[in-house]
Design a protein around this ligand. Sequence first.
Ligand code: HAM
Length: 430
Amino acid sequence: VTDLAPPRGTRDFYPDDLRLRSWLFERFRSTALAFGFEEVDAPIVEHAELYMRKAGEEIVEQLYHFQLHERHLALRPELTPSLARMVIARQGALRLPLRWFAIPQCWRYERMTRGRRREHYQWNMDVWGEPDVTAEAELIAAIFHALDQLGLAKGDVRMRLNHRALLEESLRATVLARRPEAFAPLCVIVDKLPKLGRDAVIEQLTDPAHAVQLERSEAEAVVAQLEAKGLDEAARLAGAESPALAQLRRLFDLLDAYGVADRVGFDASVVRGLAYYTGVVFEAFDAAGELRAVCGGGRYDRLLETLGGRPLPAVGFGFGDAVISELLAERGKLPQPARALDAVVFPLGEEERALAIRVARALRRRGETVELVLGALKPKRVFADANKAGARHVYMIGPDERARGVVRVKDLATEAQRDEPLATLDEVIT
Ligand code: HAM
């Protein structure tokens, strides 16, 4: 027999679920629009090759992919490579900096844990063509704007922020001088520090079979840098001349101007698990630290080159629907959006159906949302349904109303009733 449950890790959206999803997306969308971003989308199926990076990222191992008519295709696990493809296709014709947002459904064959599923919707905002941290600041401010719009309190979510170049600078004279390509896989490994612990990370960094192959002392220095407590210690390790450090300081000044600096903290252990990041990286978490990241992003100034485009700096973030929903539910902030139904139109018998259709047409033309009763229902049932649906009015037509050329309008909140001439409604549709 057919398994009627949706595939593990995926969801059906019944009307209540979809209303909630729309409520969330509206806040994502209105935030992005408030920051002057334009909405884009791309196919959910892409050439698998677009995602086949070789740095050992989880996201590549979790790809839903398949062969079809000689083509190797994949469901998108994230949007960023599609955006890169879109930018490359029109590079030269696009007015920079680009400010794009999207709310794609993404697919990853994850091990299921709280807040992790095999499909999720991910709000993205990306700026292409701006090398300065003014772009990072704008994006981080947008994230907090959205969190405020969702009704969370200022202390509910905190952002942790780091700069990958702090690490890159410190390795430039040694490991990266020999093998610059080791940096991306190195980041992918050290991203797992909280999960794997110090020893396992050092082991992987020094594994002669792996792409990174650090000396033990180098690996220890990397881990020490990730364990730096605060910006001052990081500064001591990085040296006063570090450009990455200067950018971080400038970013914090900008965040102060946006009024969000107190919700963001430097954290040397934030590296992120995607290979393409090159600069500032950030992740936001619930203050209690119980859930996975609410959102994450960073600068990826070299992604376009790796896909065959001309160099173009870029920075952005992805913000999933799953963790934020858990957090909102925990804080009692998930609304129960009602159906936005204005009216129910109810013909008491089939003789009144044509008139009822005229009433429904007129109301719909006026812009109202109207449910027309389709079968032969008892008034009790119609009123119960209309109340449940949150309708404001029921328009009834029986033989008496038909004879008098009116429709009976009942206001469900006040129970007041009045007659409205069919002629006035007809004016709307003729
Ligand atoms: P990511 O950190 O892989 O980054 O995902 C971003 C966010 O998407 C996560 O913080 C989380 O909210 C949500 N998310 C990811 N995977 C899952 C999952 N399996 N279940 C539920 N939610 C999930 C990226 O994907 C980057 N492309 C973001 C980006 C855009 N960077 C620059 N621009």
